[in-house]
Write a protein that binds this ligand. Structure first.
Ligand code: TYD
Length: 213
């Protein structure tokens, strides 16, 4: 992978019109960023040039990273919505989108398509469609990795106290919350659950208390 210095990445960011970045499916062939790379004999690469993960404000890599968090039906029934949101707010992440819905089966099937051959898949889909869920998009530095740590191990028996699953669940089949497990997975899941117009672009006033400016 070609690794360019940060200022080059930021040049790309400022040149790019598409908010999805060159790795997004809307990367126009005539995009100025792509032209910039072509002029210099470079290929825009995924990774360093994940332009949407750079903040134009702070220039800190990964500040605009996003993840999908969902309070599952058991979490809703246990009245945990507020506490789960509070953990992400208090940690310093920014809420970008949220909806309360009974997830349709086809959405759940696409969400869990990697698991469709697993023996627990039918029960998983039945459980996930048994009641409403709260789907959310959270944004911030390293939010994918950090939220996986905050949520805890898939199996609540292994989840540490202090994690959501470690505090509020006992069995793997009812583990209260979902968190995307990779940056690419998060992007895919956010697109599944949310229309682009539902992602709210806003400035959080404590940005400079959370990040160096
Ligand atoms: P998975 O994607 O492996 O875990 P995670 O949610 O931590 O990313 O599995 C998806 C969900 O499937 C998991 O949250 C709970 C359920 N599940 C079971 O019911 N039984 C199992 O043995 C496993 C591995 C998962």
């Amino acid at each position: 992978m070609v690794v360019l210095p940060l200022h080059r990445c930021l040049v790309f960011r400022s040149l790019l019109h598409s908010p999805r970045g060159v790795s997004g499916s809307h990367a126009a062939k005539e995009s100025p960023a792509v032209a910039w790379a072509a002029e210099r004999g470079r290929q825009p690469v995924r990774g360093c040039l994940r332009l949407d993960s750079y903040s134009t404000k702070s220039g800190i890599a990964g500040v605009a990273e996003r993840t999908l968090i969902a309070v599952k039906p058991d979490g809703v029934q246990k009245k945990l919505i507020g506490q789960i949101i509070q953990r992400f707010e208090q940690r310093g992440f920014k809420l970008v989108a949220m909806k309360f819905l009974k997830a349709p089966e086809d959405l759940l099937a696409r969400h869990y398509h990697d698991l469709h051959k697993k023996p627990f898949y039918p029960n998983l889909l039945r459980y996930m469609s048994s009641g409403p869920v709260v789907a959310m998009v959270w944004e911030g530095h390293n939010v994918v990795r950090t939220s996986r740590l905050m949520v805890g191990d898939t199996n609540p028996a292994e989840a540490l106290p202090g994690t959501v699953r470690g505090d509020f669940s006992v069995h793997i089949s009812r583990n209260v919350v979902h968190a995307s497990d990779s940056v690419d997975g998060a992007q895919r899941e956010i697109q599944l659950w949310f229309d682009r117009r539902e992602l709210v672009d806003w400035e959080c006033c404590d940005h400079s208390n959370t990040y160096q400016v």
